[in-house]
Design a protein around this ligand. Structure first.
Ligand SMILES: [Zn+2]
Length: 510
């Protein structure tokens, strides 16, 4: 029988640490449901001790998800572990992931602890975490720069203390595949009780090697890979879930293991994460890029038509391309709408909310003939009011005409107040942003403005991402509408609302 390769998704924790990718509780739950539907084994939902917002989000995911293990990150200290344990209390299956640095430089400068104290602290953390669950994962932070004999001693001690998974991170994305694979093999061979645990890896993509390093580790005995949808994550990101899963699936002749992922959910997951975070997927990205299965050259097309395997090592439909061919339209009723949302993992707390969404859906259906799953996700992202959503767009007039100076007039709601402003600009979007700034006076710097069409066709909804930066804080806002100027205004306000929400976060470098 083939070994089971455990897929540990950290989109909601490490992925969320990409500058500007912060997600609301509701967004995290929606992504978690999609991960559960895909068959992800473990969902790392956040770092509960980082902030109240993070705690609440982990709790909401733990209370919702039934078929995946829900994991919370905690430093190897009691207070963090208690927060994680409390957040995970409602989970069907919970895991606590605790970590401490083991490299000389970190132990000396950051922790100010001796190696012996670090071992003692790690063991105490595992023992403490066992008050909450037996499913405990341990990571030696900065393992790559740790001294191998010491690393073996720490890991042996935490196994004895009851850790079930040992995760070896390549935190700075520095190692080479061969070297990383050897490290995993060495640890398994040298730690006397290594057969009692699952070895896991967590690789960063600074040199574009996160997936290669992860797969090299799998060949050398790792049976859990930590990864994220679209490779989201700090700096250059993490190993991409879709690439790891499809490499192993496609090369069953090469790997001694397989995952339990239902790969037909991969593309919808990719679109969902990209829509929520506002990080578009590059067209030539493996598996989930728009061109990943497009055989444009005539020679290739001929080959594909005659014999699929000539050029296709995977089938587009196996990873979920074309799975969204739904169709709701203007004549769809409330029940069809509700049941499609339910299939997408979207449920509303109140009937009233569903009614509001149905009205918005009908509005959209008037403008656009076919409504796809992506449209529904965008509609929900757009509509769901988060507590920090302070300013809302009430109306917008934008004028552009050849030979004339574009101008825009906006009305924004601030609680019960209506705020009006107008401005000229170099184009309708610029004029709109200037008018909004007249009201908000944020002084934020616009770092990115991008427009993507959610589905194809000129009647498609445009999804706009706006990235704002102020005092070192970076946020993404997004907005969707069939009118891209309106979508732009919504995206700007969404970014502004996030910028001024009180979400402070600590960022562990695991
Ligand atoms: Zn990481």
């Amino acid at each position: 029988m083939r070994d089971h390769l455990i897929i540990f998704d950290t989109t909601l924790r490490d992925g969320e640490q990409s500058p500007g990718a912060s997600m609301t509780k509701e967004e995290k739950v929606r992504i978690a449901r999609q991960l559960e539907r895909m068959g992800v084994d473990v969902i790392e939902a956040g770092f509960p001790a980082a902030s109240n917002g993070d705690f609440e989000a982990v709790k909401a995911v733990a209370d919702t998800i039934k078929d995946s293990v829900v994991c919370g990150l905690a430093r190897a200290i009691e207070a963090d572990i208690n927060r994680a344990g409390e957040a995970l209390r409602g989970a069907n299956a919970a895991r606590i992931h605790t970590f401490i640095a083991t490299s000389p430089i970190h132990m000396k400068n950051k922790l100010r602890m001796s190696p012996e104290q670090v071992i003692e602290q790690a063991v105490k953390a595992i023992q403490w975490a066992r008050r909450y669950t037996d499913n405990i994962e341990f990571s030696p932070e900065d393992a790559g720069r740790s001294e191998i004999n010491f690393l073996c001693r720490v890991l042996e001690a935490v196994i004895d203390a009851g850790a079930k998974t040992l995760n070896i991170p390549d935190t700075v994305g520095y190692t080479m595949p061969d070297q990383f694979g050897r490290l995993i093999r060495t640890l398994r061979e040298r730690i006397p009780n290594s057969d009692k645990v699952v070895f896991s890896v967590h690789c960063h993509n600074d040199l574009g090697l996160a997936v290669a390093n992860s797969l090299s580790a799998v060949i050398n005995g790792a049976r859990q890979v930590e990864c994220t949808i679209n490779g989201l994550g700090e700096r250059a990101g993490n190993a991409a879930l879709e690439e790891v899963v499809m490499a192993v699936r496609t090369r069953q002749d090469f790997f001694p293991c397989d995952t339990r992922i239902d790969t037909t959910h991969i593309v919808p997951a990719s679109k969902l994460v990209s829509g929520i975070t506002g990080f578009p997927v590059q067209p030539n990205k493996a598996i989930v890029g728009a061109n990943a299965f497009a055989h444009e050259s005539g020679i290739h097309q001929d080959g594909v038509l005659k014999h699929r395997e000539t050029y296709e090592i995977m089938r587009a439909e196996d990873v979920g391309w074309g799975a969204n061919k739904l169709l709701l339209g203007k004549h769809s009723g409330r029940n069809a709408f509700r049941s499609r949302l339910k299939e997408l993992g979207i449920e509303f707390e109140s009937e009233e909310m569903l009614n509001t969404m149905f009205v918005r859906f009908k509005d959209l259906a008037d403008k656009k003939h076919e409504i796809f799953d992506e449209d529904l996700h965008a509609l929900v992202s757009d509509e769901v009011q988060t507590p920090e959503e302070h300013y809302r767009l009430l109306s917008l007039i934008a004028h552009s005409e050849t030979g004339e100076i574009p101008f825009a007039r906006v009305v924004i709601a601030d609680g019960n107040n209506e705020l009006h402003a107008e401005s000229e600009g170099s184009g309708p979007v610029d004029a709109t942003f200037r008018a909004i700034e007249k009201i908000l006076n944020s002084g934020a710097e616009l770092q990115l403005f991008s427009v993507n069409n959610i589905t194809s066709g000129t009647d498609a909804q445009g999804e706009v991402t706006v990235r704002l930066q102020k005092s070192g804080r970076i946020v993404n806002g997004h907005g969707a509408d069939t009118d891209i100027v309106v979508a732009s205004a919504k995206a700007y306000l969404s970014a502004f609302n996030k910028l001024y929400s009180k979400l402070e976060k600590a960022h562990p470098q695991v």
